[in-house]
Design a binder for this molecule. Structure first.
Ligand SMILES: [Zn+2]
Length: 68
């Protein structure tokens, strides 16, 4: 419990918690409206405020996060 491990939600399960795909920040109550949702290769990924702001250009350019 003292070291939470970010992990993707199991398919078919509507997990309330989301994890920032870049820095691993967790939001246990679901993605806040300030977070950015980006679909890459058919997979929905979330980015926290700081990461979204830092990579706004890349996200708007629809570049995969692998580019960052
Ligand atoms: Zn982040």
């Amino acid at each position: 419990m003292d070291q939470p491990t970010p992990r993707p939600a199991p398919p078919g399960t509507e997990a309330p918690s989301v994890v920032c795909a870049r820095c691993g920040a967790q939001s246990p109550a679901g993605a806040p409206p300030t977070w950015t949702c980006s679909v890459e290769n058919g997979t929905r990924q979330y980015f926290c405020v700081d990461c979204a702001r830092a990579n706004l250009r890349a996200i708007e350019g629809r570049l995969d996060s692998a580019w960052w």
